[in-house]
Ligand binder design. Structure first.
Ligand code: HEM
Length: 408
């Protein structure tokens, strides 16, 4: 596949803002997506481990992690849409071809995701009183984890197939016979996939540190439970972090020839350093984890480390497609559309920021109050009213502009 053919597959109307904006947003939203995926997988696995345990501490943790997993799956799905939009804007010749070549799986992705989501809820419905009675059976949760991992594997495979334009024809017409069924996933890289999955262990470890700090803030009196959560969190972070880096090393050692430049590059070392720094952070903080916001800071630093990993992953893609296939994502024709660019950032920053600030504050403060009914302060109420007002204004502006364009 020549560079000219790849360029011919681009959207001829160009992109509505500079490509670098899409690349940066792609990295940030990918990091948020994968963080939510890792919290979801880690929390679901801890639920499976703890729900059937005789020890009440494990059962209490399983109950809390089940709630976490239920919310994290929604967050992972919602935030997954964002990198999907960005990757298809700047890499459309690669992304769409990869999708069409495995179209059956792309559609299957949605059905498998729905089944995985429902299975998680089925487990919840059947096991909503884990603390008192323990888990009844784990089939639904095992099924859910298997389905959600399959969904992740499909995305991983689609991302991987992008790297091989030289093999697309062979996949489309094996032996010269056209196969338009899209029933095959053609290319994957197991150690790369496992690297992102294994990171669930240190990520859920960092999450547990924040969970523990939150309980302390709510005047938790069960010291044994707090110690149990701390020990588990540290083990998950240290052992899980080292195992992830080793799997990452296996990924680097098995890179195909055209990507071997990445192994040992400054980007790879930056990602390794960021991950190891986060793993070492709770060991360095020790007693400070119980004070101020330090207990939360480890998860925050983990999110930053995931952005560094996401940036390195993007450099691997950008440089490989440029160096081996002559495709420069940065030279996409720009058809500047200020309205949609401004609308995007206002939606993301102002509306998203205000609404999330309100929801998180209410959930946070309500959870920290042990007795009585929680009543939000006048300021919190004001933020809530602003959130609703902004959402209404956004919806009106959305339809008004649509009608205006349509009527012109
Ligand atoms: C809920 C189960 C899911 C799991 C376990 C999962 C897992 C993963 C993993 C492991 C990757 C990294 C792949 C790689 O770089 O090799 C990834 C990337 C990605 N995922 Fe998910 N994912 C899930 C759901 C979703 C959903 C529902 C969406 C979209 C709505 C989505 C969109 C994406 C996108 C766009 C990327 C990056 C693609 C790219 O940059 O090439 N994921 N996901």
């Amino acid at each position: 596949m020549t560079p000219e053919m790849l360029y011919a597959l681009r959207d001829q109307s160009g992109v509505p803002s500079h490509p670098v904006i899409f690349l940066i947003l792609g990295v940030i939203t990918f990091a948020l997506h994968i963080a939510a995926v890792q919290v979801m997988l880690g929390a679901a696995t801890l639920t499976l481990r703890g729900a059937f345990h005789a020890d009440m501490k494990w059962r209490r943790l399983a109950s809390a992690m089940l709630l976490t997993a239920k919310i994290a799956v929604s967050v992972a799905i919602v935030i997954g849409v964002a990198p999907l939009l960005f990757v298809q804007v700047v890499y459309d010749p690669f992304w769409y071809t990869s999708n069409v070549l495995s179209a059956w799986w792309v559609i299957g992705f949605i059905l498998i995701l729905i089944a995985g989501y429902i299975s998680l809820y089925a487990f919840y419905w059947k096991n909503h009183d884990i603390v008192a009675h323990g888990g009844r059976n784990g089939y639904w949760l095992v099924l859910s984890l298997a389905l959600l991992l399959t969904v992740g594997f499909i995305v991983h495979s689609l991302s991987n197939q992008m790297f091989y334009p030289e093999r697309w024809i062979e996949w489309y017409a094996p032996g010269g016979q056209i196969d338009p069924s899209g029933q095959t996933l053609h290319q994957w890289h197991l150690s790369r996939f496992l690297f992102f999955i294994a990171l669930s262990a240190p990520v859920i470890g960092a999450w547990l540190l924040a969970y523990r700090r939150y309980l302390q803030g709510a005047k938790e009196t069960d010291v044994a439970y707090l110690d149990f959560v701390l020990n588990l969190a540290l083990r998950l972070m240290v052992i899980g972090g080292v195992v992830s880096v080793l799997i990452g090393a296996a990924w680097m050692m098995t890179l195909p020839e055209k990507m071997q430049w990445f192994a040992g590059s400054v980007w790879m070392w930056l990602a390794v350093a960021a991950l190891l720094a986060v793993v070492a952070m709770p060991l360095a903080l020790r007693a400070r984890l119980d004070r101020g916001v330090w207990g939360y800071a480890v998860f925050g630093a983990g999110a930053v480390a995931l952005i560094v990993v996401g940036a390195a992953r993007e450099v691997l893609r950008f440089v490989t497609l440029l160096g081996s296939h002559g495709y420069d994502a940065m030279d996409y024709r720009i058809n500047m559309d200020w309205y949609s660019t401004v609308l995007f950032f206002v939606t993301f920053g102002v509306i998203g920021g205000t609404t999330l600030a309100y929801l998180l504050t209410v959930a946070w403060q309500a959870g920290q109050q042990k007795t009585g009914t929680y009543t939000p302060s006048a300021l919190v109420n004001r933020i809530g009213q602003w959130s609703v007002g902004l959402l209404v204004a956004w919806t009106v502006a959305y339809f008004a502009i649509g009608f205006w364009v349509w009527a012109r």
